[in-house]
Design a protein around this ligand. Structure first.
Ligand SMILES: *Cc1c(COP(=O)(O)O)cnc(C)c1O
Length: 391
């Protein structure tokens, strides 16, 4: 098997009009933030999401930062965040010199609304606003839709309304995920909370190399974030600036790539869903672990697949499992290290973390590129089963 093809975890797919649009953008000489693809891509995302206004930017991280600024998060404020996610979801809290509080996830890996509410009740006083013991205002919450799943937005929005904080949805992994049932039927991840953030980094479901987008329920807030992303220029002729801006706007080259990618998004999602079903079937009845489900009542983009290792049978470390699979030319990955255990966050407050550390020790992500073949999926499943049996 020395000549076996390497099976990557998640790589981009450029089967569509990527080259055509990129060449077109280059020939137009509009390669920077001015150019027709930029506003065209914004309109395409807005129309896909059924959102009124979308601003494209340099990254998911800058989308999150712009949301945090627009939400009025300031020095000394508290922002509620998840511990089990990519650190980029939390860092913008620190950019604003605010304080994160880590609240546990549920079995969807997304924030647990029960613990969220008990934190608000037990740990905060209520004075028209949720206040901590030191008087700090709980200003916002970052809800991450992990791996294309959807957080329990009905419950979270009720709590946010009751306690008056702003909901920032990190939908960077969940472009295309929507509710099929309930109060939010037909609503896409990122369009339910006050702000929604998306990423087009290399391994996301569509990519612009690096890039992001932000939306908000208030279209004027999106206009203001777009203004902040272009150095807050107030006058097109004279260089007049009334606010501190950022260089966060997406370039025309990125947007050209984005236009080609968003055309393919429905097909990418179709393949992700089909491949997920095959993985699930192949691991049915496996005593060493299982493929984790997505929340009921949603249509998920099924961007990333999670295999939960049965720790009552398998004691090997994630590192051992991942490197044994690498020998078989299969790339897998462990879910993230907990953010509250990372050096910049190790002294921050946590609230009853149970599921986050539980899953951090058990979840292995399986290869999920849209190009993966049925044969490769069968190979991954059989090698992983054999490996777990031998451990
Ligand atoms: C990818 C990702 C981000 C950051 O997006 P970038 O475009 O890489 O800045 C933020 N949060 C989560 C959960 C992500 O997966």
């Amino acid at each position: 098997m020395m000549d076996r093809k390497f099976i990557p975890l998640s790589i981009p797919n450029f089967e569509g009009n990527e080259e055509k649009y990129l060449v077109d953008a280059i020939r137009s000489t509009y390669v920077s933030t001015v150019g027709s693809y930029v506003s065209e891509f914004e309109k395409a995302i807005a129309s896909y999401l059924k959102a009124e206004n979308v601003a494209v930017c340099q990254s998911g991280t800058s989308a999150l930062h712009l949301s945090m600024i627009e939400a009025g998060v300031e020095q000394g404020d508290v922002v509620i965040v998840p511990p089990l996610t990519f650190i980029a979801a939390i860092n913008p809290v620190k950019y604003q010199k605010a304080t994160p509080v880590f609240i546990d996830c549920d079995d969807s890996f997304c924030m647990d609304p029960i613990k969220l509410e008990s934190f608000c009740k037990e740990m905060c006083s209520w004075d028209g606003q949720v206040l901590r013991h030191n008087g700090a205002v709980v200003r916002a919450i970052v809800v991450v839709h992990v791996f294309g799943n959807m957080a329990d937005m009905e419950a979270i929005m009720d709590i946010a309304e009751k306690y008056h904080f702003t909901v920032i949805e990190d939908a960077t992994e969940a472009l295309g995920t929507y509710y099929e049932q309930g109060r939010y039927a037909g609503k896409y991840a990122g369009t339910i909370g006050h702000f929604g953030c998306f990423s087009f980094n290399g391994n996301k479901i569509i990519t612009t190399g690096g890039g992001g987008a932000v939306t908000a329920t208030d279209p004027k807030a999106v206009d203001h974030m777009r203004y902040l992303s272009t150095q807050a220029k107030d006058d097109p002729v004279y260089y007049i600036h009334h606010e501190i801006g950022y260089n966060y706007r997406m370039t025309n080259l990125q947007a050209a790539l984005g236009m080609a990618q968003i055309e393919e998004l429905p097909e990418f999602i179709r393949r992700k869903q089909k491949n997920y079903e095959l993985y699930k079937e192949l691991f049915e009845g496996c005593e060493y672990g299982k493929v984790m489900p997505f929340r009921k009542g949603i249509s998920s983009n099924q961007w990333f697949y999670s295999f939960e290792i049965n720790r009552s049978k398998i004691r090997a470390s994630m590192k051992e499992i991942i490197s044994a699979l690498r020998e078989k030319r299969i790339e897998t990955r462990a879910i993230w290290g907990l953010i509250n255990e990372q050096r910049p966050y190790e002294n921050e407050e946590t609230y009853y973390l149970e599921k986050a550390p539980y899953y951090a020790d058990r979840i292995l992500n399986l290869p999920s590129s849209t190009q993966i073949t049925e044969k490769e999926i069968r190979y991954v499943a059989s090698e992983l089963k054999q490996l777990l049996e031998s451990l």
